[in-house]
Design a protein around this ligand. Structure first.
Ligand code: FAD
Length: 278
């Protein structure tokens, strides 16, 4: 029997008490699918610091490891060091290290302007305590000069001490396979987990894709537009498209799948079950 592909789920820190309560239920439901870890995002410049910490406190020690995201742009080494020390005391041993995006109007990149600076700083400050995950962009980071330049920056980030990567979401599996092939040719063999964004709502998807530079293939965009307000059809189509994407990724050797749950149990749960990964 082939080995089950590991899965992980991403949450963002809720803004309200009701959101936090709902997320506890989602966490319980998704935990039953035996994920490797849950990750919790962190707003650039420390903008969600307290809320990220509250979510980490809610879920740490509940059976499945939690991995805080940590972004560096606009933040200070001192504040980042405090968080690293706190996480270490709490028994956390995995961090998703990112640059982040400064809110418009905010200037000043801070002491660590790029993710590679953060990775280097974590290694200097905490040694090998943390498994460090970094972001990867099969369809290129939107601010990169070109694909080759982005690959070069990615490799620098790995050489600074990253152990693994999670990708931005994408719908074209070939872009993922090409990315992995390119870094392997450069001697980089860390696991790169595809980031999977379930499709449930056309306008949200287009908004996220526009913000992240992820490409929505024309055939998907047109079909979603054609469904209009027919949410049942959008969900059924979205399920089919993402299921096929995941199957191709697993068949092609993806080491694990990281689901952007958007703080909802469905449709992630159904995808995991239909893939036989629970
Ligand atoms: P970097 O790796 O630093 O790259 C950013 C850009 O700078 C790229 O274009 C790169 O080519 C270029 N670059 C890198 N190094 C240099 C250098 N030395 N000189 C010049 N150019 C350079 N954002 C959040 O705020 N909070 C989160 O919790 C969060 N979670 C995420 C999780 C995942 C899995 C992913 C894929 C993204 C996440 N993001 C998050 C978004 C991320 O912060 C943005 O995409 C951000 O714009 C880039 O972050 P990075 O870590 O990839 O940056």
């Amino acid at each position: 029997m082939s080995k089950r592909t590991p899965i992980s789920f991403e949450f963002f820190p809720p803004k309200t008490d009701a959101g936090a309560e709902k997320l506890r239920t989602v966490h319980q439901e998704l935990q039953r699918l035996n994920p490797e870890f849950f990750s919790i995002t962190y707003g650039a410049g420390g903008s969600t610091r307290e809320r990220t910490l509250a979510a980490i406190n809610d879920f740490n020690g509940q059976g499945t490891p939690v991995a805080p995201h940590l972004s560096c742009i606009g933040d200070s080494k001192l504040r980042i060091a405090e968080l690293l020390d706190l996480y270490k005391r709490q028994g956390i041993d995995r961090i998703v290290a990112l640059r982040g995006d400064l809110p418009s109007g905010q200037v000043g990149l801070g002491e660590l302007p790029y993710a590679q600076d953060l990775v280097r700083f974590i290694r200097e400050h905490s040694g090998d305590h943390f498994q460090i995950e970094v972001a990867a962009y099969p369809e290129m980071h939107p601010q990169a000069e070109n694909f080759d330049a982005d690959i070069k920056r990615f490799i620098e980030k790995v050489n600074a001490g990253a152990n693994a990567a999670i990708t931005q979401f994408f719908f074209n599996p070939d872009s993922y396979f090409y990315f992995v092939e390119r870094i392997q040719k450069e001697g980089i063999h860390i696991p790169v987990a595809p980031g999977i964004m379930p499709i449930t709502n056309a306008s949200n998807l287009i908004r996220f894709a526009d913000g992240t530079g992820a490409e929505i293939p024309r055939w998907i965009r047109k079909q979603l537009q054609a469904y209009g307000d027919d949410t049942q059809s959008i969900k059924a189509f979205g399920h089919e498209v993402i299921l096929k994407l995941c199957e191709r990724l697993i068949d092609g050797g993806a080491p694990s799948l990281h689901f952007y749950s958007m703080n909802n149990t469905e449709p992630t749960r159904q995808l995991v079950i239909d893939l036989g990964l629970n």
